[in-house]
Design a protein. Structure first.
Length: 85
């Protein structure tokens, strides 16, 4: 004996009511309600922190490369030494 799960389709109104009361976010595709990855407060915090770390590292790498240039080269790029501190 095998069990089969019947697919349940929802109207747009049913989906919107469901989504309002749900703790996680979903997508509505052709009548199906599909859980969406992320979308929680903790997920957003983690994503934000990750982005901040990556951007900081990229900036530090860029500053390190720019510091190897001469003042004349920096001036040609419109960058002052004070900007790199």
């Amino acid at each position: 004996m095998t069990l089969t799960k019947e697919t349940q389709y929802y109207s747009l109104t049913e989906y919107l009511e469901f989504e309002i009361n749900s703790e996680i976010r979903h997508e509505y595709i052709d009548g199906l309600i599909i859980p969406r990855t992320g979308g929680t407060i903790n997920h957003n915090k983690i994503t934000g922190n990750f982005y901040a770390v990556v951007e900081k590292q990229k900036r530090e790498q860029l500053v390190e490369k720019l510091r190897s240039l001469s003042p004349e080269q920096l001036n040609a790029l419109g960058i002052s030494l004070e900007m790199l501190e």
